[in-house]
Design a protein around this ligand. Structure first.
Ligand SMILES: [Zn+2]
Length: 337
């Protein structure tokens, strides 16, 4: 059983597959739906992740099987949630904390609907939160993977007043929290966020339809395409990263914190080293401090669980409820393609 003293993050611990919480600890369930693998976690509010399960995400092979694939996803998730809640029969049911779900794409959290998801086209237009709630007889709240991960990192950094999180994976995502609320960020419809676009000198076409997005230079999809053509240009990748990180640090300003993370950084040691170098580089006072993320691969799970219980507090607009898809903090996982 993990000991509370081991925790490096207020929401995270290495997980056991079985867990019974001490008295007065609250348990939550969260789900991270990835393109190839989905994960379900049992989270103790004081100890972090104490149980976890994983299952393959159904592959979108044929459009005429989308109903079947969607049903398989719901069945699979419901089954894993049921397996996790065994030691605590009430967890994940209607009278316990809402289940938080993170998904790569654009979502409408007020309706719990998937608006767009490149990896999971069979989820598009579906009321995923409502449908999973029916399977589990529990309240479910839906977020983007970037929102969830940003929230987890924000808490890990003790909730700074101005906080940005850049996430490099298959796509590139960014979200910003100011005074405890997600900030609205500019973007052209269907395109990547304006803060994720490089200067005029960068003109490589991006999958979103724009030119010069960071994702067109530094993302899993961009690097795979470059490797397939045998034309990886390390200097250009570093230069794109330096420019993007520099402009985000300037944008956030003095006393703010910019945290970078995502699977791409672990996969490419050169990117990891370059970002570490940028952290150490002296910059002017008007630039935000730069740090590496702390929550790793669990950020989405941790953040979704916490956001599900946070109600409307972290959202700037609309004030009455959770954000609409247009709040702009959804930039990740290739969501804008
Ligand atoms: Zn783009």
């Amino acid at each position: 059983m993990p000991d509370a003293g081991e925790a490096t993050h207020p929401l995270n611990l290495a997980g056991d597959s079985w867990y019974a919480p001490p008295a007065n600890h609250m348990l939550r369930i969260s789900v991270d739906i990835g393109g190839t693998r989905s994960r379900v976690a049992l989270i103790d509010d004081r100890r972090g992740i104490v149980g976890r399960r994983a299952l393959p995400t159904p592959r979108a092979d044929h459009a005429n099987r989308f109903d079947e694939l969607y049903a398989a996803l719901l069945e699979g998730l419901a089954g894993e949630i049921a397996a996790l809640r065994c030691p605590q029969p009430h967890i994940g049911e209607s009278h316990s904390a809402p289940i938080g779900v993170a998904l790569a794409g654009i979502v409408d959290p007020s309706q719990g609907t998937v608006v767009r998801s490149v990896n999971l086209p069979y989820c598009e237009g579906r009321p995923l939160a409502k449908d999973l709630a029916l399977h589990r007889a529990a309240e479910v709240r839906l977020f983007t993977d970037i929102q969830a991960a940003t929230w987890a990192e924000f808490i890990a950094c003790s909730r700074p007043a101005v906080f940005g999180h850049l996430r490099l994976g298959t796509g590139v995502g960014y979200a910003e929290i100011r005074n405890g609320r997600f900030a609205s960020l500019a973007r052209a419809p269907g395109r990547h966020l304006d803060p994720l676009r490089l200067g005029d000198a960068w003109d490589r076409p991006c999958g979103c339809g724009s030119r010069g997005c960071l994702e067109a230079y530094v993302s899993r999809s961009a690097l795979r395409a470059q490797a397939a053509d045998n034309r990886i240009d390390a200097r250009m990748i570093e230069s794109a990263l330096s420019e993007s990180v520099g402009s985000l640090r300037r944008r956030l300003g003095d006393s703010a914190l910019l945290v970078y993370g995502g699977g791409l950084i672990e996969e490419y040691p050169a990117i990891h080293e370059h970002l570490r170098g940028l952290c150490a580089l002296p910059v002017g006072r008007e630039f935000a401090e730069l740090r590496a993320a702390q929550c790793g691969d669990d950020a989405g799970l941790l953040g979704a669980a916490s956001l599900a219980c946070a109600g409307s507090a972290p959202w700037a607009s609309p004030p009455s409820d959770l954000p609409s898809a247009s709040t702009g903090s959804t930039g990740g996982g290739g969501s804008a393609r």
